[in-house]
Ligand binder design. Sequence first.
Ligand code: ZN
Length: 268
Amino acid sequence: MTEELFLKLCIYIIGGILGLCVGSFLNVVIYRLPNNMSLASPPSHCTACDYSLKWYDNIPVLSYLFLGGKCRKCKTKISPRYMIVELANAVFWLLSIAIFWNISIIYACAMAIVSSVLICIFFIDLEHMLIFNRFTLIVALGGIVAMFFDTKTVWYDHIIGAVSGGLIFLGVYYGALLVLKKEGLGFGDVKYAAAAGLLLGWQKFILAILIASVVGSIVMIILNRISDAEKQKEYPFGPYLAVATLIAMFFGNIIVSWYIEFVRGALM
Ligand SMILES: [Zn+2]
């Protein structure tokens, strides 16, 4: 094995393990932040019986599988969300290394952090219909890094993305207030759209809006089929935006290139 290959392998292994551990911490953030609880104390415990988790109950993924998804003491079922968050975060960190490391280590680290924040936005907005400003701010900071390192865009594509993203969502926000006499979107979505536009640049932001709308429509149709009562419920748009942002962030440049090639081929 060459030295370079060995080094790359080490980076992936460390990135994957760190990704799992940070994913474990994200579970704490997702549960405690919306409930106004301290992130530091008390230490991890079972919410049903207060059993304090030992270090060997806290190993990402492995502890969950070993305990069969149940508390060691009271056997209460633990949500599979804990394992899903850990695995998803590890996958996104590995993708950040695979896609952005060769461009710049700073870029790869920034996108890894942004993907972790997007996981938090997804789960917290899904449950609490709330996007924290501090999360939106981190996405925007990631956008500033992307302005410098995104290879397929120039810096002002990101500024255009931020301004148009904010304005479009502001239009939808006030449009819904005017026509429907209620909030169609939360104001958190408006701020988030501006940050996502800065992160992605306007080309990939358009892609993200398309993805969010299509996925959102499909999920709505499925939910409406399942039960009529679901129709009356309000759904947050943030989770769709977060998923779409992740797809556009990691694969947007490839998808946009394909699309341009496709249109060029069709016109020739
Ligand atoms: Zn318990």
